[in-house]
Design a protein around this ligand. Structure first.
Ligand SMILES: Cc1ncc(C[n+]2csc(CCOP(=O)(O)OP(=O)(O)O)c2C)c(N)n1
Ligand SMILES: [Mg+2]
Length: 555
């Protein structure tokens, strides 16, 4: 018998579809272009919340962080033209970071399409390269189909963002249609013969190394892999900003193959006779600018495991390409018997590399990160944006399990605050650290208002060196002693935080950090700790003055 279907407007059909796919929170900035959707949220308010953000860039980054933390698509709502353009930074990050995300964007009515009506954009052209798929729903009764398509595309293979445009008249139109069932993500598994071939390669290898990366992991996959790697002694590294894919405390952990890589690890990658990349694309940031492996034919025997078949053979020719989800692959790997690895020194090299080193000034960032690494609960989430300040975190913090690292492999500034807010909203009991630079923070710092409004309470650290330090570092190398376009005059960050109802602290000496952190955590509010560092301390390894002197000498 045909179910008795209620007639609903498009906004209700959409909100009901989201609730049916298990969505709890959506992030966005409202627009008059999608009022019926907000009306649909009103009816679904017991199951579905709309996190009202202050900038679409912040909202998009929150949606990305949600996708990274839950494995479910982060849901983003933005209005036409200006909202769609503001939000693009987080969509680009979701693409580069392989994060499942669904962007819903307002569109002008179908009766005026293609006239360049108010705020009109052809999203297929604009968002084509930034997403896995762009669709536009032209008939209200097809909303359940499009939404189901979006969830499946965002989560399957190599996860990523998809975008659905919502013409205004379509949202107001009514239809009596059935909801689609909850999406089900298909999972690829190694083909017959793949694992036997891998076993032979492992048996023959003297210096095997595993590199993990990409999106679509699970805690179970990480735990199974850790057990196998520790039993077999094969060292495991992670790619850039994927350090939570493997417990850094494991004796099998070799460090991260990221920007500013440990030279001993870079040598180990180059010298490996068998390299197994699981989920990693080994892109520019995770291959020292495509120098660790030859393109297209690596010197190492290369096993490339990826959930997206389009990534296999895209840059590197693999000795053995395996199209598989990571949990399925790791499960199959853990059935393989392997002799104990002969070269167990990788973890010792990592420990040596990650020891804090002294830097100029009264604040020692390495010590602070080391302290945080011991102080934060095991399940804390750690978010950061982009800039040199992040290198202390990545080098000295021990990530303890998946998923705990929210970090844009896209290198997008402004990610830390919104990601920390999203993590705190996803699980209010979780301790969340946001790690920002002074330039980085002010790109999305206004999302402190979103945190205060919705009850998120991350602790945000701002490493303040009064400049766009990363760019200044490159400037001193290329054009020594010619400072241009990189200085910053900053506000009083603690006072700025208080203006949002957040807790504010200023730290100028290492010893003052721990009590400031404890007060911040105890405040129960979003908190900001400005840490003023000596601007000469440009990386954990060198100073601006040393860079300048070297560059001047080499001129
Ligand atoms: C959205 C965005 N804009 C510009 C850049 C280029 N960029 C990379 S790092 C950086 C400076 C970061 O400054 P800050 O946050 O103060 O960190 P610092 O390098 O000083 O530690 C800039 C401008 C970028 N990566 N992302
Ligand atoms: Mg700075």
């Amino acid at each position: 018998m045909k179910p008795d279907l209620k007639t609903r407007h498009g906004g209700k059909i959409l909100a009901d579809a989201l609730a049916g796919h298990g969505v709890r929170l959506a992030f966005g900035v409202p627009g008059e272009s999608y009022l019926p959707v907000l009306d649909g949220f009103h009816d679904q308010r017991e199951r579905l919340s709309f996190v009202i953000c202050r900038h679409e860039g912040g909202a998009a980054n929150m949606a990305d962080a949600w996708g990274k933390l839950t494995g479910e698509p982060g849901i983003l709502f933005v209005t036409r033209g200006p909202g769609a353009t503001h939000g693009s930074v987080g969509v680009h990050t979701a693409m580069q970071d392989s994060t499942p995300m669904i962007v819903f964007v307002g569109q002008v009515g179908t009766e005026v399409l293609e006239r360049e009506a108010l705020q009109e954009i052809d999203y297929r052209r604009m968002y084509g390269p930034l997403t896995k798929w762009v669709g536009q729903v032209d008939r209200v009764e097809r909303i359940p189909e499009y939404v189901s398509h979006a969830f499946h595309t965002a989560t399957s293979g190599r996860p990523g963002p998809v975008l659905i445009a919502l013409p205004e008249d379509m949202l107001y139109a009514q239809a009596a249609v059935a909801d689609a069932p909850h999406y089900r993500t298909p999972r690829a598994a190694p083909a017959a013969g793949d694992m036997a071939e891998l076993e032979r390669l492992l048996e023959a290898a003297e210096r095997p190394l595993i590199v993990l990366g990409g999106g679509g992991w699970s805690r179970r996959a990480e735990e199974m892999l850790r057990a196998w790697a520790e039993a077999s002694g094969v060292p495991v590294a992670t790619s850039f900003r994927r350090q939570d894919h493997f417990d850094n405390r494991s004796p099998a952990y070799a460090g991260d193959v990221g920007l500013g890589i440990n030279p001993a690890l870079a040598a180990r990658v180059k010298d490996a006779d068998l390299l197994i990349a699981i989920g990693a694309r080994l892109g520019e940031a995770s291959s020292s600018g495509y120098t660790l492996l030859d393109v297209p034919t690596p010197r190492q025997k290369f096993v490339h495991v990826h959930a997206g078949p389009e990534e296999l053979g895209r840059v590197y020719h693999a000795t053995l390409p395996i199209n598989s989800s990571y949990e399925e692959f790791v499960h199959a790997l853990s059935q393989l018997k392997v002799r104990k690895e002969k070269n167990p020194s990788a973890h010792a090299e990592y420990l040596e590399w990650s020891k804090p080193r002294p830097m100029p000034g009264a604040v020692q960032l390495g010590e602070i990160v080391g302290w945080l690494s011991g102080r934060l609960p095991e399940d804390a989430a750690i978010a950061n944006g982009a800039g040199n300040f992040a290198t202390w975190l990545h080098r000295h913090f021990r990530y303890k399990g998946y998923p705990s690292q929210l970090a844009p492999t896209s290198g997008a500034m402004g990610y830390g605050v919104p990601a920390a807010v999203a993590a705190s909203l996803a699980d209010p009991r979780r301790v969340v650290l946001g790690w920002c630079g002074d330039g980085d923070f002010l790109m999305t710092g206004q999302e402190l208002a979103t945190a205060a409004q919705h009850g998120a309470h991350p602790v945000i650290v701002i490493v303040n060196n009064s400049m766009y330090g990363t760019i200044r570092m490159h400037q001193e190398r290329e054009f020594p002693a010619r400072v241009s376009g990189t200085e910053l005059k900053n506000p009083d960050f603690a006072a700025y935080a208080r203006a949002f109802g957040a807790h504010g602290e200023t730290v100028e000496r290492t010893a003052d950090f721990a009590p400031a952190f404890e007060r911040s955590l105890a405040s129960g509010k979003p908190a900001v700790i400005e840490v003023r560092i000596d601007p000469d301390a440009i990386t954990p390894a060198t100073t601006l003055s040393a860079l300048r002197a070297t560059a001047l000498k080499n001129r």
